[in-house]
Design a protein around this ligand. Structure first.
Ligand SMILES: N[C@@H](CCC(=O)N[C@@H](CS)C(=O)NCC(=O)O)C(=O)O
Length: 227
């Protein structure tokens, strides 16, 4: 691997860190992981990012600190030509950005965030059982998003158009975390499953699928590239 100069502060099932990791790998940029549980409010981390959120990407040699997955992705999109991820004519770039926002904002708020709360934070921080009613509701909402992915993939090879883009990376990052936390029922979603299985076998995705959160285990199909 090339000389590593980037350090990514993250935890294994942070969806925004996953999006950044997918983008860095697709662009061929080496990085090292630094494990950070943002809810622990570590003082050094708070000095780095007062918002106390992951991902944070630093380059100590060059004195660079990048914060917020969108800012980070756009930084590399603007500085590295390889594998453009917000590409095509302006209308296509707008479509990519629409779908990135749909997954980063809406899917995260309705599905990933409640799953992280119920299955991870209640276990690790509050020592409480998950709320079954909330879990059922998130699975139902995730299903609506997968219906929409089925619809998109019926009309185009990739989510935003004819080539892979940041929209695919953002969606796969959120969906993979929801899948890890048992929030995805793939049974009725042939097109979404086909699109996702292409991702699962990409070299950029493989390392993510083998990492585990202590205590919280994913369902058996999660890491299986043939599932
Ligand atoms: N808009 C931010 C969102 C980052 C975010 O919400 N990160 C979560 C983890 S997935 C976090 O650090 N939450 C603080 C906490 O859990 O205490 C981005 O795109 O980077």
């Amino acid at each position: 691997m090339a000389h590593v100069m980037w350090h990514l502060y993250q935890f294994p099932i942070c969806p925004f860190s996953r999006k950044v990791r997918l983008l860095l790998s697709e662009k061929g940029i080496g990085y090292e992981l630094v494990r950070e549980n943002p809810w622990e409010h570590r003082e050094e981390f708070q000095m780095l990012n007062p918002a106390l959120r992951t991902p944070v990407l630093t380059n100590p040699e060059r004195g660079i600190v990048l914060i917020d997955s969108r800012a980070i992705c756009e930084y590399f999109e603007e500085t590295v030509d390889k594998s453009p991820m917000i590409n095509g004519p302006a209308t296509n770039r707008a479509e990519i950005r629409r779908l990135v926002a749909l997954f980063d904002e809406n899917f995260f708020a309705s599905v990933t965030s409640p799953l992280l709360e119920e299955r991870m934070k209640k276990r690790l921080i509050y020592r409480q059982p998950p709320d079954g009613k909330i879990l059922r509701e998130t699975i139902r909402l995730a299903n609506d998003y997968l219906d929409y992915v089925d619809f998109l993939i019926d009309h185009r090879p990739w989510l935003a158009g004819s080539t892979m883009s940041l929209a695919d990376l953002a969606a796969a990052a959120q969906i993979s975390v929801a899948d890890y936390l048992g929030g995805i029922d793939w049974s009725q979603h042939e097109q979404a499953r086909g699109w996702y299985s292409v991702f699962k076998s990409r070299p950029s995705f493989r390392p993510l699928l083998t990492e585990r959160m202590d205590v919280i285990q994913p369902p058996t199909h999660y890491g299986d590239v043939n599932a």
